[in-house]
Design a protein around this ligand. Structure first.
Ligand SMILES: [Zn+2]
Length: 181
């Protein structure tokens, strides 16, 4: 990480995955099916506003997790996808990205600078339409838009596609916006 301020540039070597968790409202019960939550919409908005915009701007994936129900707790765990299968899929996606980035100084989609996303690593023609619309509506910053494009490359790698299509860009945008939050 490089931080540049007036006349001073400091370099902090750091590569990490940041995972944050927050309750949806002060009482933390609003996500339950039998919602016993009495928080008003204003209280919820104030509560969520405690997370600063510049911080949320840097979070690529925002998802709402619902409480685990009784049926899920008692279900046959064999039906869920095992970690080994997921790991194989991730390995394959990483290989795809590595092949594409061969000869560059980047190893992961997350490392590609914004200028290169526009020059060399452009999504498929027309794929950026939902992102452009979100920018027109002021729903996303320029920084956020670059992050959505990087994420759509990773989704394309997971799907075995050569380039992000409309579906990958739309999905990445939905994850960035945190639909439902
Ligand atoms: Zn509540």
């Amino acid at each position: 990480m490089v931080i540049a301020r007036s006349g001073l540039t400091a370099r902090f070597p750091a590569r990490f995955t940041l995972v944050l968790a927050a309750n949806p409202c002060p009482c933390a019960r609003s996500a339950a099916a039998d919602a016993a939550c009495t928080c008003t919409p204003l209280m919820k908005r104030r509560y969520m506003a405690r997370l600063s915009g510049p911080l949320l701007d840097r979070v690529d994936v925002k998802v709402q997790l619902l409480p685990v129900g009784r049926a899920e707790l008692l279900s046959d765990r064999q039906l869920t996808e095992p970690s080994t299968v997921v790991a194989a899929r991730v390995r394959e996606a990483r290989l795809r990205a590595a092949r594409r980035l061969q000869g560059t100084r980047w190893r992961f989609n997350a490392e590609i600078p914004g200028s290169e996303l526009r020059r060399t690593f452009r999504p498929a023609p027309g794929a950026l339409v939902p992102l452009e619309r979100a920018m027109d509506l002021g729903q996303i910053s320029a920084r956020g838009a670059d992050r959505v494009i990087r994420m759509s490359w990773t989704l394309a790698d997971l799907a075995g596609e050569d380039k992000p299509r409309l579906s990958e860009v739309g999905c990445a945008l939905g994850l960035w916006l945190g639909a439902g939050l």
